[in-house]
Design a binder for this molecule. Structure first.
Ligand code: PEP
Ligand code: MN
Length: 339
């Protein structure tokens, strides 16, 4: 952090600030010139924000020079984190990993039909919401615990892994029992009590980007989980809210590049919740692969016209299988193993 004092700042004002910084075990390095009083502070500044220092009289400008996230940062750990799962699935290495399935688990029959397509496509991870955080309290809320049991049964029948969203920390024991990857929904990215609880989980966490979260805020949520002891995090870009209305959200494709620069954590893309329209999914999947994402999470439904949630963005099995063929070809060209 670099601090510049005001021209008319008094010695007493500086002294008060210096005492505060020293109490935080920070070292002060003066780099002042005749015109300005300016100094850098060295050490762990994670217990306060730069803006907090404006509370001290005489402070003119405070600039952060290092990132507020540590464990999630590329400067903390140079090598890419690779999350190793059952069936040889690895996220963050040289595989391009597909997670697919319906938005919501509607019934055992429905999930069984879709899981067959998922398996046929060569994917090893089945998605499906058992607890659905819907905008309206009157919309389908999911099958709850029964949905988790259905997911586990159907996935095991097809030797698939399960990824599904956790709505609150009290359900963690249930998720530990039934789920392989715990998904944090966009609306929960800044539920810090949930992040703390997930820090104690033994399962990898799929951390979706919040609807209007900056990349830094998103990585700070990852930091919460990591600081609790769980370093198995997969970031998921699912589009952010902008002024644009034609698509459901705006897919921030460049966030993948930013994450790869800033962090060692793997990142996948969810084009379904970004676009909100099935007709755009294939091209966005190819773009995700091209930009260097480690995988995708895509909604698939055999009867999207009657789906209980997100039918408009769900691919029908035939279209999904066609798309997978294109993705396999492109993965091969890029030297990635499609899983
Ligand atoms: C979902 O994956 O079904 C979902 C609700 O996603 P998001 O949290 O990104 O809106
Ligand atoms: Mn959905």
């Amino acid at each position: 952090m670099i601090i510049k004092m005001k021209k008319d700042a008094t010695k007493k004002q500086y002294q008060k600030l210096a005492e505060f910084l020293e109490s935080k075990h920070l070292e002060i390095r003066d780099v002042s010139s005749k015109q300005v009083h300016i100094f850098g502070i060295i050490g762990d500044t994670s217990s306060f924000e730069p803006v907090d220092l404006y509370a001290f009289e005489g402070v003119d400008e405070v600039t952060r020079v290092s990132t507020p996230f540590k464990k999630a940062s590329r400067s903390f750990k140079k090598e890419d984190t690779i999350i190793k799962l059952k069936y040889g699935v690895e996220i963050g290495g040289d595989q391009f990993v597909m997670m697919s399935g319906p938005c919501s688990v509607e019934s055992e029959e429905q999930l069984r039909i879709i899981a067959k397509t998922v398996k046929q496509s060569g994917a090893r991870i089945l998605r499906g919401g058992a607890y659905k955080p819907r905008t309206s309290p009157y919309a389908f809320q999911g099958l709850g615990e029964e949905g988790l049991k259905i997911l586990r049964r159907v996935a095991d029948e097809h030797e698939l892994l399960v990824v599904t969203e956790i709505p609150s920390s009290d359900l963690l024991p249930l998720f530990e029992e039934y789920v392989d990857i715990i998904q944090v929904g966009a609306r929960n990215m800044q539920n810090f009590e949930l992040m703390k609880a997930l820090g104690k989980s033994t399962k990898p966490i799929l951390l979706k980007r919040g609807l209007s979260a900056t990349i830094e805020e998103w990585l700070m949520s990852a930091e919460y989980i990591m600081s609790g002891g769980n370093e198995q995090i997969i970031l998921c870009e699912r589009g952010i809210r902008t002024f644009e209305k034609y698509t459901r959200n705006t897919l921030d494709i460049s966030s993948t590049l930013a994450i790869k620069e800033l962090s060692h954590l793997p990142i996948i893309i969810d084009p379904s919740h970004a676009a909100g329209r099935w007709s755009m999914i294939e091209k966005l999947c190819l773009a995700s692969l091209a930009v260097g994402a480690d995988g995708l999470i895509v909604e698939v439904h055999h009867d999207p016209e009657h789906a209980l949630s997100d039918g408009a963005q769900s691919l029908k099995p035939k279209k999904y299988l066609q798309m997978v063929e294109s993705l396999k070809k492109m993965s091969e060209l890029l030297g990635k193993k499609y899983r």
